[in-house]
Ligand binder design. Structure first.
Ligand SMILES: [Fe+2]
Length: 339
């Protein structure tokens, strides 16, 4: 374990995005989306739960029946018991309630040593030490998904309180600021901050409107990202998403900061699902945070955006100042190191 700021032992590099829990009622649509379009391995558990795999781990996505149509929990794989206990101690020291996962919860997620505690925007944060390897062979429609030391991809949140979210992940997981993007969408100025917890360019992105405390996105997670191993995997899954009639949100493009080639499909629950290829990884010895102008070098064009969708977005934005964005202030007090 390396030492962080002020000699405090850091968990940076020992934490990886491990799995996500999604609550939905649309099981048949999600099964088609996950397996036939995106190309993941599907495992039914029972009437109210199913899972997708990306690799040899039993669970990368747990879908459980419920009304949220959203990501409800974020699972972090922690490499060793010392780092795990360091995170646990931080949460306990702040007086934030922390619960051991039940045997049933741990089994559904395919992990050992599960702890759960509150996170920003009502996203339950979960840590575990040991992901269980699946006994059965992996059946996917891609040559591979990139996970390993980088973790399985990233989540992106919109927030009216971005400093709180940065502070939370800086304090709990020793997240570092990789870089920022300034972007203008429909006349609204956005600042997006990208946070890393290991070599992956970012495991968490936080988008905030500048000047106006607006959040036009209904869901806790605006999009999630998984990484495919090959360019053909990206192109073929794009084609399957289109041919099967799922909505595309943004066409193929290349991001300015992590240089990832990607597209954004719309999930049956409404939030977006980014499939990406070949993002850069971060060399800690040389990296300096910068600010990029615009999210894309090219592409990422909105597909089929209807006037109804645009009106709905503005309606959500108009309602958002009245919506209460939950934070965990006792864990959000300190800044993110590195920027
Ligand atoms: Fe992304």
């Amino acid at each position: 374990m390396s030492a962080g700021a002020a000699g405090v032992p850091s968990v940076f590099g020992a934490v990886h995005l491990g799995y996500l829990v999604i609550e939905t009622r649309r099981f048949s649509d999600w099964r088609r989306f996950g397996t036939d379009a995106i190309g993941m391995h599907h495992d039914p558990l029972d009437r109210d739960r199913m899972r997708f795999r990306l690799d040899d781990q039993e669970c990368r996505f747990l879908l459980q029946r419920g009304a949220a149509e959203d990501v409800v929990a974020v699972g972090w794989h922690v490499d060793d018991h010392a780092a795990f206990e360091r995170i646990e101690a931080r949460v306990r020291a702040a007086g934030v309630p922390l619960r051991a996962g039940t045997a049933e919860q741990a089994a559904a997620r395919g992990v050992e040593r599960l702890l759960r505690f509150p996170g920003p925007k009502g996203l339950v944060q979960e840590i575990h030490t040991t992901p269980i390897k699946a006994a059965r062979p992996l059946r996917t429609q891609v040559s591979g998904f990139v996970t390993g030391a980088s973790g399985m991809g990233h989540i992106a949140l919109t927030s009216t309180r971005p400093a709180r979210i940065r502070g939370y992940f800086g304090h709990v997981l020793d997240a570092r600021l990789t870089d920022c993007i300034d972007e203008t969408i429909s006349g609204v100025k956005l600042k997006i901050r990208f946070l890393r917890v290991n070599e992956r360019h970012h495991s968490i992105a936080v988008a905030a409107t500048r000047g106006l405390p607006l959040d036009p996105v209904r869901t806790r997670v605006q999009h999630l990202n998984i990484q495919v191993a090959g360019l053909d995997d990206l192109a073929q899954s794009y084609q399957r998403v289109c041919e099967l009639g799922f909505d595309m949100a943004l066409s193929v493009g290349r991001h300015t900061n992590d240089r990832e080639l990607s597209y954004y499909a719309r999930t049956p629950s409404g939030f977006e699902w980014e499939v990406g290829w070949a993002p850069i990884t971060i060399d800690e010895s040389t990296w300096e945070p910068t600010t990029h102008q615009g999210i894309s070098v090219w592409g990422h064009k909105p597909v089929g955006r209807t006037i109804i969708g645009t009106l709905q977005q503005f309606r959500n934005a108009a309602l958002s100042p009245a919506r209460w964005e939950s934070t965990v202030p006792r864990l959000s007090g300190t800044g993110v190191s590195g920027g």
